[in-house]
Design a protein around this ligand. Structure first.
Ligand SMILES: Cc1ncc(COP(=O)(O)O)c(C=O)c1O
Length: 373
């Protein structure tokens, strides 16, 4: 009989791959991993054509993480550190993806997980995930910002023995920065422009840290410019004011008061980037365009990055003075991050489904249905 495999022998997750850049992870830290990270950077010929000037557009497809979103990169570090510190449970507020990820890593670690979700505003797939992984799901009568306030209060009380694993937990940002490392490794340098959806602004903060660290380490010659996109009905950073009642079909970025607002501002200013908005209609069009033209299915919030790119290159629009794509060098690399999988939000995708009619189980009927006569 062969010996039982060591749980780390086949692990290529974020901590194993990038340990040298994660100083908080020590030899005392138990590695709670699901082999997250190392997601594909997919070249998009059609988006490259849309962007023009011989540029190459790549899609960092974070949907291929274990719980189908980028959150797993930070969660492996946050949950490993939480277990190291001996907590009873982890807790988070979530628009859906954080709860799915937290629940999975808690299950893996054997600790309890409590998730606070804004009532009625969670995509079905994400809710199913949280239950499937055994989390205690609490629905809060309020929005994400209310749920996060409650979680902060819970975390501040040391007697509860819980660790908050939202992106206000610095270990989350540490893990998430590794996506920038992977992009630099594949492209040989940072892209000229990086398009991202922005909600609570943890991810733009994390990417900026990752790009700067690799730049400082001599692993990249350049730094990218960020083009961050918020949904028009949930755009506090763009409008420079809190949104009391954020509204968008892209539930993952339905946030009115981003926790990492200040560091997002730093990332945008430091990278000579910009924050802009896209409408829900543009988001849904981009989601459908991407699926039909490139065979890549991403959830609505993710499609905000592509909707942003399509908006920037739309010849019918007045060019924007602050657009990071202006004066982009001929042949430059551009990256859009697709943060989560399209299957997470079947209701959003269902809006585009035509009626399906059935036919008799006969070849002639099939031929007629496909239009071949
Ligand atoms: C799919 C998806 N895209 C984008 C975001 C926004 O990321 P951040 O809140 O770090 O700005 C989230 C956050 O929940 C998300 O789940």
């Amino acid at each position: 009989m062969s010996a039982a495999p060591s749980s780390l022998a086949h692990d290529h997750g974020v901590i194993t791959r990038w340990r040298a850049f994660l100083p908080d992870v020590t030899t005392d830290t138990p590695v709670i991993s699901l082999n997250e990270g190392s997601t594909p950077l997919i070249h998009s010929p059609r988006l490259s054509e849309c962007a023009g000037r011989g540029t190459n557009v790549y899609l960092k497809y974070e949907a291929l993480n274990p719980t189908c979103s980028f959150k797993d990169r930070g969660m492996t570090v946050a949950v490993s550190k939480a277990v190291e510190s001996g907590v009873r449970a982890i807790v988070c507020a979530s628009t859906g993806n954080t709860s799915a990820s937290a629940a999975a890593y808690a299950a893996r670690a054997g600790v309890a997980c409590v998730v606070l979700l804004p009532s009625g505003k969670i995509a079905l797939g994400k809710l199913v995930q949280a239950f499937a992984y055994g989390a205690k799901v609490i629905s809060v009568e309020g929005n994400f910002d209310d749920a996060l306030r409650l979680v902060r209060e819970l975390g501040a009380d040391a007697s509860t023995g819980v660790a908050v694993v939202n992106s206000i937990n610095p270990h989350r940002i540490e893990g998430q920065k590794t996506a920038a490392f992977e992009i630099i490794e594949e492209l040989g340098d940072a892209p000229a422009v990086h398009f991202l959806p922005v909600g609570n602004a943890g991810n733009i903060t994390a990417y900026w840290r990752g790009y700067r660290e690799f730049h400082a380490a001599g692993r990249a010659k350049t730094l990218p410019r960020f083009a961050g996109f918020q949904a028009a009905g949930a755009a506090p950073i763009f409008f420079r004011t809190r949104v009391e009642d954020p509204k968008t079909i892209a539930t993952a970025i339905r946030i009115g008061n981003p926790a990492s607002w200040a560091s997002a501002d730093e990332a945008v200013a430091g990278s000579r980037g910009a924050i802009d908005i896209v409408t829900d209609a543009e988001i849904i069009d981009a989601q459908s365009w991407l699926a039909r033209h490139e065979g890549i299915f991403a959830e609505p919030a993710s499609a905000a990055s592509v909707a942003g790119l399509l908006r920037c290159v739309d010849a019918k629009r007045e060019p924007c003075a602050t657009c990071p794509l202006r004066n982009v060098p001929e042949g430059a690399n551009i990256v859009c991050t697709l943060t989560g999988h399209g299957l997470k939000d079947p209701d959003a995708a269902r809006a585009n489904l035509p009626a399906i009619s059935s036919i008799p189980a006969e070849l002639s009927a099939v031929r007629a249905a496909i239009g071949g006569g």
